[in-house]
Design a binder for this molecule. Sequence first.
Ligand code: ADP
Ligand code: ADP
Length: 214
Amino acid sequence: MWPAQAMSGSLVLFGPPGAGKGTQAGLIVDLTGKPQVSTGDMLRAAVKAESAMGMEAKEYMDAGLLVPDSVIIGLIEERLTEADASAGVLFDGFPRTIRQAESLEAIANVVAVISIEVPDSAIVERIVGRRMDPETGGIYHVNFNPAPPEIVSRLIQRPDDNEETVLARLAAYHEQTAPLAAWYGERDLLVSIDGDHSIDEVAAAVETVVRGLA
Ligand code: ADP
Ligand code: ADP
C-alpha cells in the first residue's frame, strides 16, 4: 500500500471556479484511495433527478450564486455517513464559506487543504471552454485539453459555464470563499499550488504535495 493510502483524515481541494480542482481530483483519489466528494456534482445530480432540493439549488447555480449553507451542510452530513467515507474523503468545491468550514470541523478531521491558485484573468477562458463528457464525467477544454475526436459530439457545456455567470461566480468566490484560505492558514492546514501552468505541471505539483502528506 502506498503510504498516502494509510493517511487518515480528509483532504480539501480549494480554489476558484475553473482552477482545475475536478481535473486534479482523480490523481489525488488514485494516490490516497479516498473517494472524491464534489458538492457541485452532487447538486447537478439532484438537479437532474428533479428533486425539490435540486430545483431549489438550480436557481442559485444558474445565477452563479452559492447554494445556501443549510442545504450544502445537509448534503455533506448525509454523504459522510456512507461506509466509504469512514477513513476520510477528498472534498472538492466544499467548503465554500466560513460557516461550511465550521460545520465541517464538527463532523470530519481535515488534515490538509490543497489550494490551487489561478488568477481571475485565466479563469474566464478556462470556464467558457470547459466541456464535460456525460458518460464518463471526463473534463475537457476546447483548447487546453481537447477530447478525442470520437467523443466530441457527445460532450456538453454546463449551463452555468458562460461568461456572464462566471463573473458572478468569481465575485461570490472573492467575497464568500477566498477568506477561507486565511482561515485554514491560521489552522496550519493550507498548502498552496500555483495553478497557472499546464495541466501536467500542476499535476506534478499536486503529486509532490500529496506524497509529502503521507
Ligand atoms: P474546477 O473543478 O476547479 O472548476 P476544472 O478542473 O473543471 O476546474 O477545470 C476547468 C477547465 O479548465 C476545464 O475545461 C479544464 O480542462 C481546464 N483546465 C484545468 N486545469 C488546467 C490547466 N492547468 N491549464 C489549462 N486549463 C486547465
Ligand atoms: P466550479 O466549477 O465553479 O468550481 P462547482 O461544480 O463546484 O463549480 O459548483 C457549481 C455550482 O454549485 C456553484 O456555482 C454553486 O452554485 C453550487 N455549489 C457547489 N458547491 C457549493 C458549496 N460548497 N456551497 C455553495 N454552493 C455550492
